[in-house]
Design a protein around this ligand. Structure first.
Ligand code: PLP
Length: 446
């Protein structure tokens, strides 16, 4: 095993201590907390490309990349320039700007069937507003979502959420009245639910990326499309992660299944706060000011955010996605082998004494990490993701990686977001580090 010295964390620890006094739990989003992996978060001082530097000056190879908001890597020159130029012209006006038109055109041009979009400031707003317009358009109240899919933290969509809700082991959330979720049905992922004419919409992560990475089973998305069509419900793809990430056209192009509405976020803001929801023009005609469904935002379509998002979308092309996806899929196959070999060597077993293996699923350039009993197939549901998390292996592996300068997300339900700046060298380094880190991971946790 390669020698490594534990990095210094004095500056981050001091910042965290101050943060806990003035910020609940010390973090502004629970996924950033280290509750499920132990220790305290590192504070980032700056980032460049595939790397961030923490407050103590440690360089980390960063697979978090703002949970997918940075696809070009940190501080990409095109984004920095676009934001700087936009800021110099004024940061927000409360009147329309050309940047909003350009970003909306860029989105609609890339996603077949997405005729119009409205820009908002977060993925949460996008999903919440898509549901509202679906209800307004159909005149129905019920919505169907899937266990382990995360659609932001609005009341009606938190039920059965993945991501931080799952990481913290919360059933859903306190503070959400029963009435707010009374019309939300939670169904198991990868099974087409029975629908009826009370259903306004089915909302789904077309590739689930908030319960680890769970790809749609063959026929699942097609099945949702026809089930919705049969009862006149709308199909909503929450592509806040997959949009402009799986490829230029996102998950609808990737899967060949066309929803009625899309939610976007993360990538389309280039690291600034943006979301968007869009789709069929006849559905979106229900939105104010044309129609009766109200939705608004002071900073919606913000000039800095639209400039950053447009810089990202125009920098990317089909070739860059293909090259990154190719690098990542070769890397993931090797990582799976290296980790499984390490687990076998360390004698890792689950609570029933079954030997454990690693699974490293990929979709486009995204990859996930599960620990499963030897011989089992891929994880297809939230239950599978929970069983993997219950092995308890993730926390130790995370810490071993972080000590060696590779930052994964601090929770077992997140995926990894290699950016365009993660080249062959970074991925090869990650493999080397992982093969050491897994041997150093406490496997006696079941
Ligand atoms: C991150 C995420 C959201 C919420 O976006 P925010 O910008 O964090 O509000 C919604 N849906 C999916 C699929 C996400 O991954």
């Amino acid at each position: 095993m390669a020698e490594h010295t534990a990095p210094e964390h004095t500056a981050s620890e001091a910042l965290f201590e101050r943060a806990t006094r003035v910020i609940p739990g010390g973090v502004n989003s629970p996924v950033r907390s280290f509750r499920s992996v132990g220790g305290h978060p590192y504070f980032v001082a700056r980032g460049e490309g595939a790397y961030v530097w923490d407050a103590d000056g440690n360089r980390l190879l960063d697979f978090v990349q703002s949970y997918g908001a940075s696809i070009l890597g940190h501080a990409h020159p095109a984004v920095v320039r676009a934001v700087g130029e936009a800021a110099a012209r004024g940061t927000t006006f409360g009147a329309p700007t050309e940047g909003e038109v350009l970003l909306a055109e860029a989105i609609c041009a890339r996603v077949a069937g997405c005729e119009q979009v409205r820009l908002v400031s977060s993925g949460t707003e996008a999903a919440m507003s898509a549901v509202r317009v679906a209800r307004g358009f159909t005149g129905r109240t019920r919505i169907v979502k899937f266990a382990g899919c995360y659609h932001g933290h609005s009341d009606g969509l938190l039920a059965g959420g993945g991501s931080g809700v799952a990481t913290l082991g919360l059933p859903d959330s306190a503070g959400v009245p029963a009435g707010a979720v009374a019309e939300t049905i939670v169904a198991p992922y990868n099974q087409v639910p029975e629908l009826d004419e009370r259903v306004a919409c089915v909302i789904v992560e077309a590739v689930a990326a908030n319960m680890g990475l769970v790809a749609p089973a063959p026929g699942f998305l097609e099945g949702l499309r026809s089930a919705c069509d049969e009862v006149g419900a709308l199909l909503v793809f929450d592509e806040v992660i997959t949009g402009f990430r799986l490829g230029e056209g996102g998950a609808s192009t990737w899967s060949g299944v066309r929803p009625d509405l899309w939610c976007f976020g993360k990538v389309i803001g280039g690291g600034l706060p943006v979301g968007a929801f869009g789709g069929r023009a006849d559905v979106l005609a229900s939105l104010a000011p044309s129609g009766p469904v109200y939705q608004a935002g002071t900073l919606s379509g913000n000039p800095l955010a639209t400039a950053a998002g447009l810089a990202v979308l125009t920098t990317l092309d089909a070739g860059s996605y293909a090259a990154l996806s190719d690098r990542v899929s070769r890397f993931a196959a090797e990582l799976e082998q290296v980790l499984t070999a390490g687990l076998t060597k360390g004698g890792a077993v689950d609570s029933r004494g079954e030997p454990l293996e690693a699974r490293v699923p990929v979709a486009g350039p995204l990859f996930g990490l599960f620990f499963v009993p030897a011989g089992t197939g891929r994880v297809v549901s939230y239950e599978g993701a929970e069983a993997s998390a219950a092995t308890g292996l993730y926390a130790g592996f995370f810490r071993s990686m972080l000590d060696r300068g590779v930052a994964l997300a601090p929770g077992p339900y997140e995926v990894a977001f290699p950016s365009m700046a993660h080249g062959e060298a970074e991925l090869a380094h990650t493999l080397n580090v992982a093969s050491d880190a897994i041997l150093d991971t406490d496997t006696d946790v079941g």
